[in-house]
Design a protein around this ligand. Structure first.
Ligand code: ASP
Ligand code: MG
Length: 419
């Protein structure tokens, strides 16, 4: 059994979905097909959630946009009468509308998950129906009945034992060779909807592969494979055909956009290879991420993360930044769900880099200022170079203002001031 994962870009239009159908048709192995929300629908549903929760009154106009977007795709996708599928989507949309007409709870993350999950619920309903109408028989599984999580909404943790039991029952391949299911979303044992973090569909595919012992996972993307740099920024970017699990984890952790950082572990644990292939050129090999015992020469890999926030904290009472102060800092970071990208420490300074978030910036800084003097630089860039050499560093940092610099054996990192 293989797992295919199709992200938002691969199902963003009727033509894109037809192409997905062709890719599925050429696969002879039993398949589980994990699908994301279409195009940018998750962002749109975040707008619905914000308008509902903060009572801005625009939720239904966003829902109308969501309806038109999917109905236009349906019109262009199906040759047959579209009433049945439209009714099905309309049912989902009125469920969503029902939520937005009720009084919100006080718990944003809970509301977020039950609202954004409609993106995947709608996309899978359409894809499943489309495949069926093109003689690609399949069964649609609501993943919330199979992947069970705790109730840490928006970043839920999977209960592997429970999920294994439910997944084996749901994906038994007794009556079909093909299942369609949602990425990114999951459910608690009390049937509440959870999500696994933005861009989490890759992770869903990896978890299902682990639980069901798949022979491989293929992530279908709009790039030819895992590249050593963003081809939009570096004209000589090249595909890396073979990558070890270890290298892949480091790359995704540094901010390489290609795979969700949590994806590798469940695959590595069961030694399941991960293929990254282009849905535009499916016949090409792409990249494969796997267990590698031999050492191969890797090209230099460049990863650029823009819009970062660099902070330096100094305790107001001039005490050292030791365990107690550090655990306070980490508690504040956890509260704001901020992930650290780089840390540097001296006696009374703690410097770190995080993604800039306009919404929480002010209250985050206010909270830190209770205990620390806070200095910060907005809009800085993190440049990571794996497998670096001096020449490459010179070229890429030339005439740039370097705020922080760190080098280990394989990785050089620079925080650059873009202002
Ligand atoms: N639709 C979700 C998102 O855009 C999950 C995913 O695409 O992986 O974050
Ligand atoms: Mg997406």
């Amino acid at each position: 059994m293989k797992i295919f994962k199709f992200g938002g870009a691969s199902v963003k239009s009727a033509d894109a979905i037809k192409n997905v159908g062709e890719i599925i048709r050429t696969e002879t192995a039993p398949l589980i097909i994990v699908v994301s929300a279409m195009g940018k629908m998750t962002n749109k549903l975040e707008d619905v959630c914000n308008d509902y929760f903060y009572k801005k009154g625009n939720a239904s106009s966003h829902i109308n946009d969501i309806r038109s977007f999917h109905f236009e795709i349906i019109e262009n996708l199906f040759d047959k009468n579209t009433d049945t599928i439209k009714n099905e989507i309309e049912k989902l949309l009125s469920e969503l509308e029902g939520i937005t007409k009720s009084e919100p709870s006080d718990y944003y993350d809970f509301e977020y998950d039950r609202i954004v999950s409609f993106g995947e619920r709608i996309s899978t309903a359409i894809v499943s129906e489309y495949l069926k109408s093109n003689s690609l028989d399949n069964i649609l599984i609501d993943i919330r009945d199979a992947l069970k999580t705790d109730n840490n909404f928006r970043d839920a943790n999977i209960d592997m034992e429970l999920s294994e039991k439910f997944c084996k029952k749901k994906f038994n391949f007794d009556n079909t060779q093909r299942y369609i299911t949602q990425g990114f979303i999951a459910g608690t044992i009390t049937k509440q909807t959870t999500t696994l973090g933005r861009e989490g569909s890759d992770y869903t595919a990896a978890i299902l592969a682990n639980l069901l012992n798949a022979q491989s996972v293929t992530i279908w993307k709009d790039v030819p494979g895992v590249m050593n740099a963003d081809p939009k920024l570096f004209a000589d970017a090249e595909i890396m055909p073979r990558i070890s699990y270890k290298e892949a984890v480091e790359l995704s952790h540094c901010g390489a956009q290609i795979i969700h950082p949590k994806t590798i572990k469940p695959l590595q644990n069961k030694n399941i290879p991960l293929l990254v292939k282009s849905f535009i050129a499916p016949q090409e090999a792409g990249s494969i991420i796997l267990q590698m015992n031999e050492k191969i020469v890797m090209p230099p890999v460049y990863i650029i993360k823009k819009n970062q926030l660099l902070l330096t904290l100094t305790p107001r009472d001039f005490s050292f930044v030791a365990e107690e102060k550090l655990s306070h800092i980490f508690a504040v970071l956890a509260k704001y769900r901020l992930k650290l990208h780089l840390i540097q420490q001296s006696a009374i300074n703690f410097t770190f880099l995080i993604d800039y978030n306009d919404q929480t910036f002010k209250s985050f800084i206010d909270e830190l200022q209770k205990t620390f003097e806070v200095l910060y630089n907005k809009n800085v860039t993190l440049l990571t170079i794996r497998h670096y050499n001096d020449n490459i560093i010179k070229n890429l940092t030339n005439e740039k203002h370097i705020l922080v610099e760190q080098r280990s054996r394989l990785t050089a990192r620079f925080v650059l001031n873009e202002n």
